[in-house]
Design a protein around this ligand. Structure first.
Ligand code: NAI
Length: 386
């Protein structure tokens, strides 16, 4: 049976990755971009990626040719007319998204799902311009889409169950791990991960340790693949700062998500990370590697402080029903490669210990940022487990 045709709007970093995933799973794909150059770049880049997969022996030549051949590159949204789903991955701007969603609805069938890959806009606000908003949904891939297993499925208040089920079934069929998230800022991953950056920056700002030492504590002692500063340099300080600021504003300025001046200044100075040759670390050819201070007591202090903040965020997401406990743990291991699910991890360490440490920070600083989640308090009080 012929598989349904998938539409992808926007052929940038995310759109072309999503197109690849759909095509390698046997779908015909229509990849549309208004910019001809962008389409050319996407086509060249996909060709190159597939050639490399063949060279490495991961794909057969025939499979690569067929996969590439299934992608139709187009500048016209009219080519979406036979698609059963269109996934939008264009510029992160609500006005522009509104315009394209209106256009899309006038072209596709009534049955076609209209999805957005947005990271920071609400799905409800995107769907608000549709005549039939029950077909709108967030389908949030992670970068690079072909490699990262996690996809957050985000129904808006307008979305009907049939849309959710069809979207989930489709993406599950692409060998992705789907989790269901509430339409709230940052969904699961970009909300729960905030302290990994924010608390690391705070520890640095207080003068407790330098970038290299904090990264060492989180990788060597915490088991994370990358330390927070290396990761921010990889993501780009401009991008990471923008996400933090957007989450902070969207949460009505909850101090827990407060951005950091250190990151803002690095971003303003053009110290964006790897892509600009310098971020928190120097990536130039002759750069001298900064050695961390491998004091184990200091390392433990850093690791535990960042970890309890992450645990608290995950527990609070569960408290507010952002997602199920299984999905919160899956999201962090499959979306950002955390060594363990945070809820499971917090229990292994002991919820009472986690609460005590948070209470200690809360009393010492007197800042709302360190307030323990009511669910954590309740669980400790009632001696419960997840
Ligand atoms: P990008 O800037 O790499 O690509 C955007 C593409 O959309 C460009 O090729 C541009 O020509 C095209 N475009 C802009 N307006 C258009 C229109 N009206 N019609 C058709 N094409 C149009 O952007 P990127 O990074 O791929 O992000 C796209 C979306 O995915 C955003 O909503 C972003 O929040 C989200 N996202 C990005 C991630 C990332 O790591 N870059 C991760 C997950 C989600």
């Amino acid at each position: 049976m012929e598989k349904e045709t998938i539409g992808v709007l926007g052929s940038g970093t995310m759109g072309r990755g999503i197109a690849q995933v759909a095509a390698q799973n046997g779908h015909n794909v229509v990849l549309v971009d208004i910019n001809e150059e962008a389409l050319k770049t996407a086509s060249n880049s996909l060709r190159k990626i597939m050639e490399r997969l063949v060279e490495k022996g991961k794909w057969e030549q025939d499979f690569a040719d067929k996969t590439f051949g299934r992608i139709k590159f187009s500048q016209s949204v009219n080519d979406f007319k036979d698609c059963s789903i269109v996934i939008e991955a264009i510029v992160e701007n609500l006005d522009v998204k509104h315009k394209v969603f209106r256009d899309l609805e006038s072209i596709v069938s009534n049955h076609c799902i209209l999805a957005s890959n947005t990271s920071s806009l609400s799905i409800a606000s995107i769907g608000a311009v549709l005549q039939n908003p029950d077909r709108v949904i967030g389908i949030h891939f992670f970068n690079p889409a072909p490699l990262m297993p996690l996809v957050e499925i985000v129904p808006a208040v307008q979305t009907i169950d049939d849309t959710v089920n069809r979207a989930k079934k489709l993406i599950d069929g692409w060998n992705k791990v789907t989790v269901l998230a509430k339409d709230t800022p940052g969904f699961i991953v970009n909300r729960v991960a905030r302290p990994f950056y924010g608390e690391a920056l705070r520890i640095y700002e207080e003068g407790i340790a330098d970038f290299a030492t904090i990264d060492w504590a989180m990788t060597e002692l915490g088991g994370f693949r990358m330390g927070p500063f290396t990761l921010m340099d990889y993501i780009g300080n401009d991008v990471n700062y923008a996400v933090t600021e957007s989450v902070f504003k969207s949460f009505y300025y909850d101090p827990r998500y407060k951005p950091s001046f250190t990151q803002k200044r690095h971003s303003e100075a053009g110290y964006l990370g790897r892509k600009s040759g310098r971020g928190y670390f120097d990536y130039s050819e002759n750069a001298v590697k900064i050695e961390p201070n491998k004091d184990s007591a200091l390392g433990e202090q850093i690791k535990n402080r960042i970890l309890v903040m992450l645990f608290n965020e995950a527990i609070d997401a569960l408290f507010l029903n952002i997602a199920s406990k299984e999905d919160i743990d899956l999201a962090m291991t499959k979306g950002v490669n955390y060594p363990k699910g945070l809820l499971q991890w917090s229990e292994e360490i002991g919820l009472e210990k986690v609460l005590n440490q948070l209470e200690g920070l809360f009393h010492e600083y007197g800042e709302d940022r360190y307030r323990p989640s009511p669910l954590l308090r309740r669980m400790v009080r009632d001696k419960k487990s997840f």
